[in-house]
Design a protein around this ligand. Sequence first.
Ligand code: ADE
Ligand code: ZN
Length: 343
Amino acid sequence: MTDTLAPPLADFIRGLPKAELHLHIEGSLEPEQMFAFARRNRVALPFRTVEEVRAAYAFTNLQDFLDIYYQGAQVLRTEEDFHDLALAYFRRLAADGGVHAEIFFDPQTHTDRGIPFRVVADGLLAGMVAAKDELGVTSHLILCYLRHLDEESAFATLKAAEPYLDRIKGVGLDSSEVGNPPSKFARVFQASRERGLRLVAHAGEEGPPDYVWQALDILGVDRLDHGNRALEDEALTRRLVDQGTTLTVCPLSNLKLCVVPSLEAHPLRRMLDLGLKATVNADDPAYFGGYLLDNYVRVAAALGLDRAQLARLARNSITGSFLDEAAQAPHLARLRQIDPYRD
Ligand code: ADE
Ligand code: ZN
Protein backbone atom coordinates (compact mmCIF):
# COMPACT_ATOMS: atom_id res chain seq x y z
CA MET A 1 0.00 0.00 0.00
CA THR A 2 1.53 3.37 -0.96
CA ASP A 3 0.74 6.47 0.96
CA THR A 4 -1.20 8.05 -1.91
CA LEU A 5 -3.52 5.07 -2.12
CA ALA A 6 -3.81 4.72 1.64
CA PRO A 7 -7.20 5.50 3.16
CA PRO A 8 -7.41 8.63 5.28
CA LEU A 9 -6.14 8.09 8.78
CA ALA A 10 -9.60 7.91 10.39
CA ASP A 11 -10.68 5.17 7.97
CA PHE A 12 -7.48 3.26 8.61
CA ILE A 13 -7.98 3.47 12.38
CA ARG A 14 -11.66 2.55 12.10
CA GLY A 15 -10.59 -0.58 10.20
CA LEU A 16 -8.28 -1.72 12.99
CA PRO A 17 -9.98 -4.17 15.37
CA LYS A 18 -9.78 -2.42 18.72
CA ALA A 19 -10.76 -3.10 22.32
CA GLU A 20 -11.71 -0.33 24.72
CA LEU A 21 -10.26 -1.10 28.16
CA HIS A 22 -10.97 2.12 30.06
CA LEU A 23 -14.53 3.30 29.81
CA HIS A 24 -16.79 4.38 32.66
CA ILE A 25 -20.28 3.57 31.48
CA GLU A 26 -21.72 6.41 33.57
CA GLY A 27 -19.29 8.67 31.69
CA SER A 28 -21.00 7.82 28.39
CA LEU A 29 -24.19 9.61 29.51
CA GLU A 30 -24.72 12.24 26.81
CA PRO A 31 -26.56 15.44 27.79
CA GLU A 32 -29.48 14.49 25.50
CA GLN A 33 -29.80 11.16 27.34
CA MET A 34 -29.53 12.97 30.65
CA PHE A 35 -32.62 15.01 29.77
CA ALA A 36 -34.48 11.96 28.40
CA PHE A 37 -33.83 9.88 31.54
CA ALA A 38 -34.62 12.83 33.82
CA ARG A 39 -37.97 13.27 32.07
CA ARG A 40 -38.78 9.56 32.14
CA ASN A 41 -37.88 9.29 35.85
CA ARG A 42 -39.19 12.71 36.92
CA VAL A 43 -35.79 13.81 38.22
CA ALA A 44 -35.14 17.56 38.42
CA LEU A 45 -31.97 18.82 36.69
CA PRO A 46 -30.08 22.03 37.47
CA PHE A 47 -29.82 22.71 33.70
CA ARG A 48 -32.45 23.90 31.22
CA THR A 49 -30.80 22.99 27.93
CA VAL A 50 -28.23 20.63 26.43
CA GLU A 51 -26.08 23.69 25.65
CA GLU A 52 -26.12 24.70 29.31
CA VAL A 53 -24.96 21.23 30.27
CA ARG A 54 -22.13 21.24 27.75
CA ALA A 55 -21.06 24.70 28.89
CA ALA A 56 -20.66 23.29 32.41
CA TYR A 57 -18.11 20.75 31.14
CA ALA A 58 -15.11 23.04 31.65
CA PHE A 59 -12.81 21.33 34.12
CA THR A 60 -9.49 22.29 35.64
CA ASN A 61 -8.86 19.01 37.45
CA LEU A 62 -10.29 15.56 38.19
CA GLN A 63 -12.45 16.68 41.13
CA ASP A 64 -14.19 19.40 39.04
CA PHE A 65 -15.26 16.67 36.66
CA LEU A 66 -16.22 14.13 39.31
CA ASP A 67 -18.60 16.58 40.99
CA ILE A 68 -20.62 16.99 37.81
CA TYR A 69 -20.28 13.33 36.78
CA TYR A 70 -21.82 12.08 40.05
CA GLN A 71 -24.58 14.65 39.69
CA GLY A 72 -25.34 13.49 36.13
CA ALA A 73 -25.52 9.85 37.23
CA GLN A 74 -28.52 10.66 39.43
CA VAL A 75 -30.89 10.47 36.45
CA LEU A 76 -30.11 6.72 36.15
CA ARG A 77 -32.76 4.90 38.14
CA THR A 78 -34.14 1.83 36.39
CA GLU A 79 -32.84 -1.34 34.79
CA GLU A 80 -34.03 0.06 31.46
CA ASP A 81 -31.89 3.20 31.96
CA PHE A 82 -28.75 1.13 32.49
CA HIS A 83 -29.60 -1.13 29.55
CA ASP A 84 -30.19 1.84 27.24
CA LEU A 85 -27.06 3.63 28.41
CA ALA A 86 -24.89 0.57 27.76
CA LEU A 87 -26.40 -0.26 24.38
CA ALA A 88 -26.04 3.35 23.17
CA TYR A 89 -22.34 3.20 24.10
CA PHE A 90 -21.80 -0.12 22.31
CA ARG A 91 -23.43 1.26 19.14
CA ARG A 92 -20.93 4.11 19.13
CA LEU A 93 -18.07 1.71 19.79
CA ALA A 94 -19.10 -0.54 16.89
CA ALA A 95 -19.31 2.50 14.57
CA ASP A 96 -15.70 3.30 15.58
CA GLY A 97 -14.51 -0.21 14.71
CA GLY A 98 -14.44 -1.38 18.32
CA VAL A 99 -14.83 -5.14 18.72
CA HIS A 100 -14.67 -5.55 22.49
CA ALA A 101 -14.99 -3.40 25.62
CA GLU A 102 -14.27 -3.88 29.31
CA ILE A 103 -16.60 -1.36 30.90
CA PHE A 104 -16.34 0.09 34.39
CA PHE A 105 -19.34 0.80 36.56
CA ASP A 106 -19.50 2.57 39.93
CA PRO A 107 -22.10 0.69 42.00
CA GLN A 108 -21.69 2.90 45.09
CA THR A 109 -22.79 5.95 43.09
CA HIS A 110 -26.14 4.23 42.72
CA THR A 111 -26.55 2.13 45.88
CA ASP A 112 -25.75 5.19 48.04
CA ARG A 113 -28.88 6.89 46.65
CA GLY A 114 -31.10 3.84 47.10
CA ILE A 115 -30.82 2.12 43.71
CA PRO A 116 -30.29 -1.60 44.39
CA PHE A 117 -27.13 -3.24 43.04
CA ARG A 118 -29.23 -5.70 41.06
CA VAL A 119 -31.00 -2.91 39.11
CA VAL A 120 -27.64 -1.57 37.94
CA ALA A 121 -26.05 -4.94 37.23
CA ASP A 122 -29.07 -6.50 35.53
CA GLY A 123 -29.54 -3.46 33.30
CA LEU A 124 -25.88 -3.30 32.24
CA LEU A 125 -25.64 -7.06 31.68
CA ALA A 126 -28.78 -6.96 29.51
CA GLY A 127 -27.23 -4.12 27.47
CA MET A 128 -24.07 -6.20 27.02
CA VAL A 129 -26.07 -9.19 25.77
CA ALA A 130 -28.00 -6.94 23.37
CA ALA A 131 -24.70 -5.51 22.06
CA LYS A 132 -23.41 -9.00 21.32
CA ASP A 133 -26.64 -9.93 19.53
CA GLU A 134 -27.08 -6.71 17.58
CA LEU A 135 -23.48 -5.70 16.88
CA GLY A 136 -21.28 -8.73 17.53
CA VAL A 137 -19.38 -6.64 20.09
CA THR A 138 -18.18 -8.61 23.12
CA SER A 139 -17.71 -7.10 26.57
CA HIS A 140 -16.70 -7.64 30.16
CA LEU A 141 -17.93 -5.82 33.24
CA ILE A 142 -15.51 -4.35 35.82
CA LEU A 143 -16.82 -3.16 39.17
CA CYS A 144 -15.01 -0.08 40.46
CA TYR A 145 -14.68 0.79 44.14
CA LEU A 146 -14.90 4.52 44.80
CA ARG A 147 -11.65 5.46 46.50
CA HIS A 148 -13.05 8.56 48.25
CA LEU A 149 -15.29 6.20 50.26
CA ASP A 150 -14.01 3.86 52.97
CA GLU A 151 -12.92 0.24 52.97
CA GLU A 152 -16.11 -0.86 54.72
CA SER A 153 -18.23 0.52 51.88
CA ALA A 154 -16.02 -1.27 49.35
CA PHE A 155 -16.48 -4.56 51.23
CA ALA A 156 -20.27 -4.01 51.31
CA THR A 157 -20.15 -3.52 47.53
CA LEU A 158 -18.23 -6.76 47.06
CA LYS A 159 -20.86 -8.52 49.17
CA ALA A 160 -23.71 -7.03 47.11
CA ALA A 161 -21.93 -8.25 43.97
CA GLU A 162 -21.71 -11.84 45.27
CA PRO A 163 -24.66 -13.20 43.20
CA TYR A 164 -23.12 -11.66 40.04
CA LEU A 165 -19.52 -12.73 40.37
CA ASP A 166 -19.85 -15.23 37.52
CA ARG A 167 -20.69 -12.26 35.25
CA ILE A 168 -18.23 -9.69 36.61
CA LYS A 169 -14.71 -9.99 35.24
CA GLY A 170 -12.82 -7.82 37.65
CA VAL A 171 -12.64 -4.93 40.05
CA GLY A 172 -11.07 -1.50 39.70
CA LEU A 173 -10.44 1.62 41.74
CA ASP A 174 -11.55 5.08 40.64
CA SER A 175 -12.69 8.55 41.79
CA SER A 176 -10.58 11.16 43.66
CA GLU A 177 -7.02 9.87 43.51
CA VAL A 178 -4.88 12.27 45.55
CA GLY A 179 -5.22 11.49 49.28
CA ASN A 180 -6.75 8.07 48.59
CA PRO A 181 -3.80 5.76 47.90
CA PRO A 182 -4.21 2.19 46.66
CA SER A 183 -3.00 0.91 50.06
CA LYS A 184 -6.38 1.97 51.54
CA PHE A 185 -7.97 -0.87 49.56
CA ALA A 186 -5.35 -3.61 50.01
CA ARG A 187 -7.71 -5.97 51.87
CA VAL A 188 -10.73 -5.61 49.60
CA PHE A 189 -8.52 -6.16 46.55
CA GLN A 190 -7.10 -9.28 48.22
CA ALA A 191 -10.65 -10.51 48.92
CA SER A 192 -11.62 -9.71 45.32
CA ARG A 193 -8.65 -11.69 44.01
CA GLU A 194 -9.63 -14.66 46.22
CA ARG A 195 -13.03 -14.62 44.48
CA GLY A 196 -11.35 -15.05 41.09
CA LEU A 197 -11.70 -11.45 39.94
CA ARG A 198 -9.09 -9.68 37.80
CA LEU A 199 -7.65 -6.48 39.25
CA VAL A 200 -7.11 -3.02 37.78
CA ALA A 201 -6.73 0.42 39.36
CA HIS A 202 -6.52 4.05 38.36
CA ALA A 203 -3.07 5.27 39.36
CA GLY A 204 -0.75 8.04 38.24
CA GLU A 205 -3.51 10.14 36.67
CA GLU A 206 -3.08 12.97 39.20
CA GLY A 207 -1.46 10.90 41.95
CA PRO A 208 2.32 10.43 42.34
CA PRO A 209 4.47 7.55 41.05
CA ASP A 210 4.29 6.05 44.55
CA TYR A 211 0.59 5.26 43.94
CA VAL A 212 1.59 3.32 40.82
CA TRP A 213 4.13 1.33 42.85
CA GLN A 214 1.36 0.64 45.39
CA ALA A 215 -1.05 -0.50 42.68
CA LEU A 216 1.58 -2.98 41.48
CA ASP A 217 3.07 -4.13 44.78
CA ILE A 218 0.19 -3.83 47.26
CA LEU A 219 -2.87 -4.40 45.09
CA GLY A 220 -1.12 -6.63 42.53
CA VAL A 221 -3.03 -5.21 39.56
CA ASP A 222 -3.17 -7.03 36.24
CA ARG A 223 -3.48 -3.74 34.36
CA LEU A 224 -2.98 -0.07 35.15
CA ASP A 225 -5.48 2.70 34.35
CA HIS A 226 -3.78 5.92 33.15
CA GLY A 227 -0.26 5.60 34.61
CA ASN A 228 0.94 8.88 33.09
CA ARG A 229 2.96 9.94 36.12
CA ALA A 230 4.88 6.64 36.15
CA LEU A 231 7.13 8.30 33.58
CA GLU A 232 8.52 10.55 36.33
CA ASP A 233 10.22 7.49 37.86
CA GLU A 234 12.79 5.66 35.76
CA ALA A 235 12.84 2.48 37.85
CA LEU A 236 9.05 2.32 37.78
CA THR A 237 8.99 2.79 34.01
CA ARG A 238 11.52 -0.03 33.65
CA ARG A 239 9.38 -2.25 35.87
CA LEU A 240 6.28 -1.61 33.75
CA VAL A 241 8.19 -2.30 30.55
CA ASP A 242 9.78 -5.48 31.92
CA GLN A 243 6.47 -6.80 33.27
CA GLY A 244 4.63 -5.87 30.07
CA THR A 245 1.93 -4.14 32.10
CA THR A 246 -0.87 -2.74 29.95
CA LEU A 247 -1.56 0.97 30.50
CA THR A 248 -5.03 2.22 29.61
CA VAL A 249 -4.21 5.73 28.44
CA CYS A 250 -6.95 8.32 27.82
CA PRO A 251 -5.72 11.26 25.70
CA LEU A 252 -8.84 13.46 25.52
CA SER A 253 -9.57 12.85 29.21
CA ASN A 254 -6.02 13.94 30.06
CA LEU A 255 -6.52 17.09 28.00
CA LYS A 256 -9.93 17.98 29.49
CA LEU A 257 -8.75 17.36 33.06
CA CYS A 258 -5.55 19.35 32.52
CA VAL A 259 -3.30 16.34 33.14
CA VAL A 260 -1.51 17.54 29.97
CA PRO A 261 -1.41 21.14 28.69
CA SER A 262 -2.07 20.08 25.08
CA LEU A 263 -2.39 16.88 23.03
CA GLU A 264 0.94 17.78 21.44
CA ALA A 265 2.46 17.42 24.91
CA HIS A 266 0.77 14.07 25.57
CA PRO A 267 3.23 11.31 26.63
CA LEU A 268 1.67 8.54 24.49
CA ARG A 269 4.38 8.57 21.85
CA ARG A 270 7.08 8.58 24.51
CA MET A 271 5.37 5.64 26.20
CA LEU A 272 5.50 3.65 22.96
CA ASP A 273 9.12 4.64 22.33
CA LEU A 274 10.04 3.47 25.83
CA GLY A 275 8.45 0.07 25.15
CA LEU A 276 5.45 0.56 27.44
CA LYS A 277 2.35 -1.39 26.49
CA ALA A 278 0.04 1.60 26.02
CA THR A 279 -3.53 1.53 24.74
CA VAL A 280 -5.92 4.33 23.75
CA ASN A 281 -9.28 4.76 25.47
CA ALA A 282 -12.08 7.31 25.96
CA ASP A 283 -12.58 7.22 29.80
CA ASP A 284 -15.76 9.38 30.00
CA PRO A 285 -16.52 10.26 26.39
CA ALA A 286 -19.71 12.25 26.96
CA TYR A 287 -17.78 14.61 29.23
CA PHE A 288 -14.45 14.75 27.44
CA GLY A 289 -15.55 15.36 23.86
CA GLY A 290 -14.76 12.16 22.06
CA TYR A 291 -15.28 8.40 21.81
CA LEU A 292 -12.66 5.79 20.98
CA LEU A 293 -12.00 6.75 17.35
CA ASP A 294 -11.77 10.48 18.20
CA ASN A 295 -9.15 9.67 20.83
CA TYR A 296 -7.04 7.72 18.32
CA VAL A 297 -7.44 10.27 15.52
CA ARG A 298 -6.76 13.38 17.58
CA VAL A 299 -3.77 12.00 19.46
CA ALA A 300 -2.35 10.49 16.24
CA ALA A 301 -2.62 13.87 14.51
CA ALA A 302 -1.13 15.76 17.46
CA LEU A 303 1.82 13.39 17.90
CA GLY A 304 2.33 12.36 14.27
CA LEU A 305 1.81 8.66 15.00
CA ASP A 306 2.33 6.43 11.98
CA ARG A 307 0.26 3.46 10.91
CA ALA A 308 2.60 0.94 12.48
CA GLN A 309 2.26 2.72 15.84
CA LEU A 310 -1.54 2.83 15.47
CA ALA A 311 -1.67 -0.87 14.65
CA ARG A 312 0.55 -1.47 17.69
CA LEU A 313 -1.91 0.41 19.91
CA ALA A 314 -4.79 -1.66 18.56
CA ARG A 315 -2.84 -4.86 19.07
CA ASN A 316 -1.99 -3.84 22.64
CA SER A 317 -5.69 -3.32 23.31
CA ILE A 318 -6.53 -6.86 22.21
CA THR A 319 -3.65 -8.60 23.99
CA GLY A 320 -4.12 -6.36 27.06
CA SER A 321 -7.78 -7.31 27.36
CA PHE A 322 -9.11 -10.05 29.62
CA LEU A 323 -10.34 -12.03 26.60
CA ASP A 324 -8.88 -15.53 26.53
CA GLU A 325 -6.49 -16.53 23.75
CA ALA A 326 -9.17 -18.14 21.61
CA ALA A 327 -11.30 -15.00 21.70
CA GLN A 328 -8.31 -12.76 20.92
CA ALA A 329 -7.19 -14.90 17.99
CA PRO A 330 -9.58 -13.67 15.25
CA HIS A 331 -8.87 -10.03 16.10
CA LEU A 332 -5.12 -10.60 16.05
CA ALA A 333 -5.44 -12.47 12.75
CA ARG A 334 -7.25 -9.46 11.25
CA LEU A 335 -4.54 -7.16 12.55
CA ARG A 336 -1.85 -9.34 10.96
CA GLN A 337 -3.65 -9.02 7.61
CA ILE A 338 -3.37 -5.26 7.67
CA ASP A 339 -0.20 -4.96 5.63
CA PRO A 340 2.52 -3.96 5.95
CA TYR A 341 2.35 -3.81 9.69
CA ARG A 342 2.27 -7.47 10.59
CA ASP A 343 4.11 -8.53 13.73
N1 ADE B 1 -14.32 8.15 37.37
C1 ADE B 1 -14.72 8.37 36.12
N2 ADE B 1 -13.71 8.83 35.40
C2 ADE B 1 -12.61 8.88 36.19
C3 ADE B 1 -11.26 9.25 36.02
N3 ADE B 1 -10.78 9.69 34.86
N4 ADE B 1 -10.45 9.19 37.09
C4 ADE B 1 -10.90 8.76 38.27
N5 ADE B 1 -12.16 8.39 38.49
C5 ADE B 1 -13.01 8.44 37.45
ZN1 ZN C 1 -11.14 6.45 34.33
